[in-house]
Design a binder for this molecule. Structure first.
Ligand code: BDR
Ligand code: CA
Length: 343
């Protein structure tokens, strides 16, 4: 299954990429770097460094726009660390970026695998919106699209009502949702994107115990983390991928602890990666979604018209049910076995 991933790496984006690389049925055919958790140059460096660490060669990585479509960029170093990977140090260097940008990369990948490509977006939708401006028919070329973004009948994590990926670039999200149905002729049944919001992804809580299971599955030595550890304590494991994931996750645990969630971390983006490969992992409800762009208090809010008040066609399948145990079993067995091979 050819997969194109658009990411703002980011601790959980890195975990999502590791999952894709660890999944035998997936072929990662391109990575778009989008400004979000950290500026786009740093996202590029993180993607290249992670692929190098994972021994993944020949996967094109493209740089995206430096700014959202119309709002100034906001970044989240408080959540993901100064360089986006918490306390982890990735190898520097890696392969060169593509000469074309991330929007063009979306279009090229969709045209290279018409009807087959699985798109995954786990950052702001800036580059996907730009790609759909280049080729408005892009949605009809994809086999499926999975978006991590929004919060449905649920509070936000960036403002009281908006989720980070949508909040950073609400205009691009609105463009993607409206352009999606516009791309299909009235006779076609539109393949609407699967959209996983915080209402779903916050069920996926990584804990020190689960992280320890991951190290075990990799055959790696590891000391279980604890909320009582000194902040910033570094991993002592001998496995290079597990070390990066543990050092990244510790920062993410500390952030979640400070925001009152406990010593755990929500794996939003890895769930989206897993659903991109296997939509059966979640239950969904079809509806029409739009993004609030003007509200003084509600900008960036994702509004789902569950009862059809707008009389508009559906443009999203909203994730409403997930089994976290099934997700973690799959995540740990795949990423654990992959990390074991890298040791
Ligand atoms: C989303 O925001 C980012 O910080 C995470 O990487 C995830 O994609 C969750 O709101
Ligand atoms: Ca992300």
């Amino acid at each position: 299954m050819p997969v194109f991933a658009d990411v703002d790496t980011g601790v959980d984006d890195a975990m999502a990429l590791a999952y894709l690389l660890a999944s035998p049925e997936a072929e990662l055919v391109g990575v778009a770097s989008t400004a979000g958790n950290v500026p786009v140059q740093q996202v590029c460096a993180n993607n290249l460094g992670l692929l190098q660490l994972c021994g993944a060669t020949g996967i094109p990585v493209s740089k995206g726009a430096e700014q959202p479509l119309s709002a100034p960029l906001r970044t989240a170093e408080d959540t993901h660390g100064p360089q986006g990977l918490g306390y982890a140090q990735l190898p520097s260097g890696g392969e060169a970026l593509t000469a074309h940008d991330a929007a063009e990369a979306w279009v090229r990948a969709a045209r290279a695998y018409p009807g087959e490509l699985i798109g995954l977006a786990t950052g702001p939708l800036t580059n996907l919106a730009l790609a759909m401006r280049i080729d408005p028919a892009l949605p009809t070329l994809l086999r499926r699209l999975v978006i991590m973004g929004g919060a449905f009948d649920y509070r936000g994590n960036t403002t009281p009502v908006s989720e980070w990926n949508i909040s950073v670039d609400p205009e691009s999200a609105a463009e993607v949702f409206s352009g999606w149905t516009a791309a299909w002729s009235p006779d076609d049944a539109a393949h609407v994107p699967i959209v996983l919001g915080l209402n779903l992804t916050e069920n996926i809580a990584m804990t020190p115990a689960l992280l320890n299971r991951l190290a075990d599955a990799a055959g790696a030595s590891s000391a279980p983390m604890s909320v009582r550890d000194e902040r910033g304590t570094r991993s002592t494991t001998d496995n290079p991928l597990i070390r990066v994931l543990e050092d990244a996750m510790r920062f993410y645990f500390e952030f979640h602890f400070d925001t009152g969630d406990g010593y755990l971390a929500h794996l939003h983006d890895p769930l989206a990666a897993a659903v991109a490969l296997d939509p059966e992992l979640v239950g969904c409800r079809e509806t029409t979604v739009d993004v609030e762009l003007t509200g003084a208090l509600t900008r960036g809010m994702t509004v789902a018209d569950w009862r059809g008040h707008w009389g508009r066609p559906p443009n999203a399948l909203i994730g409403t049910e997930v089994d976290p145990v099934a997700f973690f079993d799959r995540f740990i067995s795949r990423v654990g076995a992959f990390a074991r091979r890298l040791a």
